[in-house]
Design a protein around this ligand. Structure first.
Ligand code: XIL
Length: 358
């Protein structure tokens, strides 16, 4: 018989339709959310300077996610310091307005301060990583019910050179870095929802199959070690020109569900660099991609939340990283640059609300 691990216990729960996972810190906003809770990732600069941006957060979000201020480079200017003030600013605003919060993230190969590169041994890496997660999760114990514990730990293309994404943590700790991170987060806040977050999990093709398998493998391995993992975050930076793998995604979600693991959509936006320059057609194209994606997800399960990576086309990382050749400004998000709703907004709203009715 299979030994009683967290994985087998959770599979048992799943068979009876018992949902494990989210801890007790559901905020009123989340509990009363109309349909699937909707999250918005918040950039500090416009949050501080643009009143319309703040109003859009108040008007539309159930959950706020500091976009960059919980990353290592923001919190850890030096090895001995934790600079929580800027993340606290966003989180205090969330609480004041009755929004829940998701924490992004506790471990990533990117966005680290320079001093992290100087870590030179396994022992030091483990000490620094454990200390960071303990301090950060503890600081937000009362206010952050859900964490992206590890971000992008799967290789861009697992078919070339294996499943693991290169980086400082893999270099010193090997694949164990994931277990160390989840174990430490769970110990520090046993009621937090712990999520593994990654990109390129919804399209068709061997690389995407391999990425889904890698995530499933990591989840199973954690559960076999009795380390809790409650959710998979699908980032969903969607390329308008790629097709989705309906069956592949359905199977992925079903397998996770049998393991008691939920799906969250964590960083939704659309890479519109190949779509028409015409804004009406482009906005329809963007909305269509989102509709297709949400259809794939919702035909198998209602995700626990949908978070978009920003709210207005005025501020988006897509405009920095995926510029269009014709120089036209990108339109990746639910509201336009003047905070008017685009078709993408309505598509998200429709799926969220339909889920509530069914
Ligand atoms: C991006 C932010 O949006 C940018 O502002 C920042 O300069 C770099 O990081 N995947 C992730 C996010 O998990 O943290 C990234 O966010 C976008 C890709």
């Amino acid at each position: 018989m299979e030994p009683l691990t967290r994985r087998s216990v959770l599979a048992g729960f799943a068979a009876f339709g018992i949902n494990s996972g989210l801890g007790s810190k559901l905020s009123p906003a989340m509990a009363q959310a109309r349909g699937t809770p909707y999250g918005i990732a918040v950039e500090l600069k416009p949050f501080r300077t643009d009143p319309q941006y703040r109003q859009a957060l108040i008007d539309h979000a159930d959950i706020l996610v500091p976009m960059n201020m919980l990353k290592w480079a923001s919190l850890r200017h030096t090895k001995d310091q934790f600079d929580f003030a800027r993340a606290d600013e966003i989180i205090a605003f969330a609480r004041k307005h009755g929004k829940s919060v998701r924490g992004h993230n506790l471990l990533w190969y990117g966005y680290n301060p320079k001093w992290v590169d100087a870590i030179s041994s396994r022992r030091e890496a483990e000490r620094v990583l454990v200390d960071h997660i303990e301090q950060v999760v503890d600081h937000y114990r009362e206010v952050v019910p859900s964490w992206d514990v590890v971000n992008e730990v799967v290789a861009h293309n697992p078919l070339k050179g294996g499943n693991w994404r290169d980086g400082i943590w893999l270099k010193h700790l090997g694949p164990d870095h994931v277990a160390i991170a989840f174990r430490t987060a769970a110990k520090t806040d046993p009621s937090a929802q712990l999520v593994i977050n990654d990109y390129d999990l919804a399209n068709s093709g061997l690389r995407f199959d391999a990425r889904r398998s890698a995530i499933l493998g990591i989840v199973r391995k954690l559960q076999d070690q009795n380390i809790p993992v409650h959710g998979v975050g699908m980032q969903a930076h969607l390329y308008a020109e790629r097709g989705f793998d309906r069956d592949g995604v359905a199977q992925f979600i079903q397998k996770l569900s049998k393991l008691g693991v939920n799906i969250l959509i964590t960083e939704l936006d659309v890479i519109d660099w190949r779509l028409s320059k015409n804004t009406v057609r482009r906005d329809m194209g963007v909305a269509n991609v989102v509709a297709e994606f949400l259809d794939v997800i919702y035909s198998t399960t209602e995700p626990q939340s949908i978070t978009s990576w920003g709210i207005t086309d005025r501020y988006s990382w897509i405009s920095d990283v995926f510029k269009r050749k014709d120089g036209a400004p990108n339109r990746p998000l639910p509201l336009d640059r003047n905070y008017q709703k685009k078709p993408m907004f309505d598509v998200i709203e429709n799926y969220r609300k339909a889920a509530q009715k069914s």
